[in-house]
Design a protein around this ligand. Structure first.
Ligand code: PFF
Length: 456
């Protein structure tokens, strides 16, 4: 990153701050809330297997490419892509990758914040004892009651957007950097405490069986596309978040090692959450593994409400969810904020107000899709379903594919591999091969099949 940009945005104080920030971006609602429910909807084990393959063969190489591009370009993703394309003799249109990423970030934030608002609500529910002794039915009714209340959902959504803007306004070094260094250790501590507490509370054997026995009958091409899309969503790929974070990284840190660490933690949290949630689902009568987005919010309160000390752990759990969501949401607007500052001379406050404001307005659509607009559907998808499918299953893999093509085919090999900062030649060769051939073909193929089976 050149000096003027370093002054403009700041940098991470060390390689570890970068790893914490990127892990903070990766570990979020995607791991805790979404992964278990889409695995549940797609039959469990087989989906989990495909997901792991996608992370390893596509997610990790594309993430390395994103960080590498960010570090090499040193600017917001839009300007980074334009600059690197010029340098490599490619077309200026490559900056579209950055543009789409910025728009997708704001779109995702708009619904991410609504769901994170549910977690905020449940901190209060748990603390107030409202779910003490609740049955599966009570819990389902309380959750339905929350979804039916647009005013409350709007208030929670507003609080979460303000929290997000509050951190991003502080800048890279003092806002994001300090936030992740405080939040991430707390997050891991909470996770370990909860796991220890939950280990003997559910039907662990049934959970294990559901997550890891490969029954392929539940899996469709649409499910495979969702697994791929979710690998991108979960690692925060395909929208410039990781590229922007890469730009603030120290020049000499090895990228491969850092990325493997981040992907490892991200996958670990998803698997642990899946296991915990399904163990509990199978232990509580009346709860189904394919409940969809409401899965976590209906099951866990029943478990916490019926165990000694459960309310305290319930509060801790929903704090963990909110914290994980917060350390992710800040990375959703950072790329756009950085671009507005670089190109349009905004300051951090106005850039945040603009992008946060747009996400806030769009979030109204998601809020209403759970109540007043429930019946306005496309096929049987609500506004929220359409937005989620469009961003996570379509736009993230597509931009991810273009990132792989750019780094693998447009940039010169020596430039790309040198910028990684890793030295093991075999691993570099493996990375380059996965990036050039496996990632684009896998993404393109799964994409076409998945879309075809969704549309027919
Ligand atoms: N990775 C986040 C999660 O799993 O919840 C979601 C996310 C954050 C996606 C940032 C994309 C992104 F740029």
């Amino acid at each position: 990153m050149n000096d003027s940009n370093r002054r403009l945005h700041g940098t991470w104080s060390s390689r570890w701050t970068f790893i914490l920030a990127a892990t903070g971006s990766a570990v979020g609602l995607g791991n805790i809330w979404k992964f278990p429910y889409i695995a549940g909807e797609n039959g469990g084990g087989a989906f989990v297997l495909i997901y792991l393959v996608c992370i390893l063969l596509v997610g990790v190489p594309v993430m390395m490419a994103e960080v590498m591009l960010g570090r090499k370009g040193g600017m917001s993703p839009i300007n980074t892509m334009r600059h690197l394309a010029e340098e490599a003799g490619g077309h200026r249109a490559w900056s579209a990758v950055g543009w789409v990423g910025m728009v997708v970030g704001v779109l995702i934030l708009s619904y991410y914040s609504v769901i994170a608002g549910w977690a905020l609500h449940y901190i209060g529910e748990m603390a107030g004892g409202a779910l003490q002794g609740a049955s599966g039915r009570d819990s389902a009714m309380r959750f339905a009651g929350l979804l039916a209340d647009p005013k409350r959902l709007m208030a929670l959504h507003t609080v979460f957007i303000l929290l997000t803007m509050g951190v991003v306004i502080g800048g890279v070094t003092h806002g994001l950097g300090v936030a992740v260094r405080t939040m991430m250790p707390l997050l891991f501590l909470l996770l370990v405490v909860l796991l220890l507490y939950g280990a003997d509370s559910g039907n662990f054997a049934a959970g294990l069986d559901f997550m890891f026995s490969f029954r392929f009958d539940g899996l469709t091409w649409k499910g495979v596309l969702e697994a791929l899309g979710h690998a991108f969503f979960s690692l925060s790929l395909g929208m410039g978040a990781i590229m922007a974070y890469g730009a603030y990284m120290p020049e000499d840190a090895p990228i491969g090692k850092s990325v493997v660490t981040i992907a490892f933690f991200d996958t670990l949290v998803a698997l642990m959450m899946g296991l915990a949630i399904f163990s509990m689902v199978f232990a509580v009568p009346g709860l189904a593994p394919d409940a969809g987005p409401s899965l976590m919010f209906q099951t866990l309160p029943v478990v916490f409400g019926n165990m000694s000390g459960g309310l305290l752990f319930g509060v801790l759990f929903f704090m963990l969810v909110a914290l994980a969501a917060w350390s992710s949401s800040i990375s959703l607007i950072e790329p756009g904020v950085a671009w507005l500052i670089e190109t349009h001379r905004f300051n951090r406050i106005t850039a945040n107000l603009l992008l946060g404001g747009i996400a806030w307005v769009l979030g109204i659509g998601t809020v209403l899709s759970f109540n007043l607009w429930q019946d306005y559907t496309l096929g049987d998808s609500t506004f929220f379903d359409v937005l989620d499918f469009l961003t996570a299953s379509i736009l993230l893999p597509l931009t991810g594919m273009f990132i792989a093509i750019f780094a693998g085919w447009v940039m010169r090999k020596e430039v790309a591999t040198a910028a990684l900062g890793d030295r093991a030649p075999r691993l570099l060769a493996l990375w380059y091969w996965l990036l050039r051939y496996v990632a684009p073909v896998a993404i393109g193929g799964i994409f076409l099949f998945g879309l075809y089976s969704k549309l027919i």
